[in-house]
Ligand binder design. Structure first.
Ligand code: C5P
Length: 217
């Protein structure tokens, strides 16, 4: 085996995060982790040293389980990533990180006493944005964008803001994105080259993404 990704240190975030309200309740999203895990599996097979930082998922994977860094909250995902930021060559931010988290977490189960209640949320740290601020010339980062409207403009804005080298764009249509086994992506590079791909199985999509990553390192 000899390829440009062999022995490269690659961080991948995958799956959803859980933002706890009390010990048994949380806010989350429908991310299955399938896309991130498929990329991790493909890169692992190519001999890369993959750090898979994963939110709670139920997935069957060929990726070595002892190499998965399991987290629950966005804050935990950030801290796990931060400890690796200095040593990685590539970061692939595939996780659907919750944008907001409850300002206060109750230590006990909240009782249903009032007819109405308010949950105050505060912004989570943007992991990709933080890496984008400190990454070196040699380090590369890849982001994902799930867009429903103004797809390209929004993806371009995200690419710039988070200092990504590439952004993988998908839409929440049937058979694409969250939860499905298939995905239909476009990849936008820093110099605004856009490549559109056909609807494919997420393992095939992972190979397309890996090929593009090979081109930028
Ligand atoms: O801004 P938006 O959430 O759409 O950006 C998506 C990209 O940023 C994805 O690559 C996602 O993994 C990453 N992200 C992150 N930390 C957050 C929010 C998003 O790394 N708190």
């Amino acid at each position: 085996m000899n390829n440009s990704l062999q022995n490269k240190k690659i961080l991948i975030t995958a799956g959803p995060t859980r933002e706890y309200i009390d010990p048994v309740r949380f806010i989350s999203n429908e991310s299955s982790g399938k896309m991130g895990y498929a990329i991790a599996e493909a890169l692992h097979k190519l001999g890369a040293e993959v750090y898979l930082i994963s939110g709670p998922v139920t997935i069957t994977t060929t990726f070595p389980k002892d190499k998965i860094i399991a987290i629950q909250t966005a804050k935990e995902m950030y801290l796990a990533c931060k400890s690796l930021f200095g040593e990685i060559d590539i970061a692939i931010f595939c996780a659907a990180v919750a944008d907001y988290t409850p300002k206060e977490v109750s230590e006990i189960k909240i009782k249903k006493i009032e007819d109405e209640t308010t949950l105050v949320l505060k912004k989570n740290v943007d992991i990709a944005l933080e890496f984008g601020k400190i990454k070196t010339e040699q380090q590369k980062s890849i982001g994902f964008a799930l867009e429903t409207n103004n797809i390209l403009e929004n993806a371009k804005a995200k690419l710039d803001k988070k200092n990504f080298d590439l952004i993988v764009v998908n839409s929440p249509n049937k058979n694409e994105g969250f939860g499905y086994d298939t995905n239909k992506i476009s990849i936008l590079t820093k110099n605004l080259a856009l490549t559109e791909y056909a609807l494919k199985n997420k393992h095939e999509v992972a190979l397309d993404i890996v090929k593009v990553v090979e081109d930028i390192i």
